[in-house]
Design a binder for this molecule. Structure first.
Ligand code: FCB
Length: 447
């Protein structure tokens, strides 16, 4: 089973980069080693009922110890680039001083990635906030944005030499809304006005860090990574159309509009004023500074019907469609539509697809993992990216989520997204059929 793209696709030329992605908390383990401080995800995992199977990140994929063999795995997949994140609680102590032991881990990792000829994309914040900052209010506390600036300053001073691309944040929507409004991610708070205030402070932190990163890493590109699902209305009825508009506004536009234009969606002021955050003078200019790239994570779409209390509610697609093991509809056409629509709405910087992938109920049988659904998913979505490029969107690269199975947040280890299978008992990695197909596609490129 293979993945094909049209032979003329510009994605098959040498300028387009293909990679795989991971995040610190999801793979590293070693949570209590080398002076690493507790993060909000350690606390969340230790809170009964929050994470499936009471799973935690204590061992995860033990990447902290197995990083050399994992770099070999990245090489074996034949990719050009690797996207990883740095764990804030590993590299900075409570007083804001460097923790050299933690920095050394990333130094050796990044050095080796570069020595292997890989392009390195680093995310500064993929959700593992130090718990001591959460104890002071976390992202509800404006001060956290300034602490993030200090953290970005430290990391880019120490590590810029080996990094090609810096992203400030991964998915502010998830960090703020799932974490502070819906309570399903760490720190598990749930008030409507919390989510939006946390989001504003995260976007502010992004903007405060930009000039610092540019100063310390003048040779790298700097951007941010957003996640978006394409929203559809459940019917032609005006109220469902309105529900769809609100879903798109709250989940998607609320994050991209301030970055691109310096304002939050104004419709919220009349329709849902409690969702409008507290903004201080100057904030929006800080947030909307130019970025070199926008990262986009895409997995699925949603269907929305009107709900008097919540403005919208999720309904299943009325058409017969295929779902992945995490219950997400497979909708590659939605990916093209999303990208093309955003490109019309905004004057976008170059884009990278920083995550895309499928959870499948994988089993290893006779040493093989035949994840045909994932192969089809990747082929569909890569062709969707190709189509978006054909329609004028400037997309420079694609990262599959993920290098290997890992800790899938509130789902624990129950959902597998890897191109590589991880046996959590033995930490053995086995490349799945999808990983082989991805490598074959990449190898088919002309030099
Ligand atoms: C994204 C996250 C990533 C991973 C995938 C499945 O929202 O950025 O860490 O969990 O979903």
């Amino acid at each position: 089973m293979s993945i094909t793209l049209p032979t003329q696709s510009t994605m098959l030329t040498s300028d387009f980069i293909f990679g795989v992605a991971t995040a610190s908390f999801q793979i590293e383990g070693a949570t209590q080693i080398d002076n690493r401080l507790p993060s909000i995800w350690d606390t969340f995992c230790a809170t009964p009922g929050k994470v499936k199977g009471a799973d935690n990140g204590d061992i995860a994929c033990d990447h902290y110890h197995l990083w050399e063999q994992d770099i070999q795995l990245i090489k074996d997949l034949g990719v050009d680039a690797y996207r990883l994140s740095i764990a804030w609680p590993r590299v900075m102590d409570k007083n804001g001083e460097a923790n050299q032991a933690g920095l050394n881990f990333y130094r050796q990792l990044l050095k080796k990635l570069k020595a292997e000829g890989l392009t390195v994309f680093v995310t500064l914040y993929h959700w593992d906030l130090p718990q001591h900052l959460e104890d002071k209010g976390g992202w509800l506390n404006r001060e956290t944005a300034y602490r993030f600036k200090d953290y970005a300053d430290l990391v880019t001073q120490e590590l810029a030499e080996w990094v090609d691309s810096w992203a400030t944040f991964n998915e502010p929507f998830c960090a703020a809304i799932l974490g502070y409004e819906l309570g399903i991610h760490a720190p598990g708070l749930s008030k409507p006005e919390y989510g939006r205030q946390a989001a504003h402070h995260i976007l502010l932190a992004h903007g405060l860090a930009l000039p610092v990163i540019r100063k310390n890493a003048p040779a790298s590109q700097v951007g941010i990574v957003l996640n978006m699902n394409r929203s559809y209305a459940a019917s032609e009825k005006a109220e469902d159309q309105f529900a769809c508009l609100m879903r798109d506004t709250l989940d998607n536009q609320f994050f991209i509009e301030p970055l691109m234009t310096g304002q939050y969606p104004q419709i919220l002021k009349t329709v849902a004023p409690h969702y409008f955050p507290m903004i201080l003078p100057g904030d929006m200019d800080i947030i909307s500074q130019p970025i070199d790239f926008l990262g986009m994570n895409f997995y699925t779409c949603n269907h929305n019907a009107y709900d008097a209390d919540q403005l919208f509610k999720n309904v299943p697609n009325a058409a017969p469609v295929e779902y992945t093991d995490i219950g997400w509809e497979i909708a590659p056409h939605a990916f093209t539509e999303l990208l093309v629509t955003l490109n019309k709405q905004y004057s976008l910087p170059p884009m990278y697809i920083t995550e895309n992938g499928a959870a499948c109920a994988d089993h290893i049988i006779d040493g093989e993992i035949n994840d045909d659904q994932r192969v089809r998913y990747l082929e569909g979505h890569l062709n969707a990216v190709h189509q978006a490029i054909e329609e004028g969107v400037d997309i420079r690269g694609y990262f599959a989520w993920s290098l290997m199975d890992n800790f899938e947040w509130a789902e624990g280890y129950s959902k597998r997204f890897g191109l590589t299978y991880v046996d959590y008992q033995t930490q053995e990695r086995t490349i799945k059929r999808s990983g082989h197909a991805y490598r074959a596609l990449l190898n088919s490129r002309k030099p």
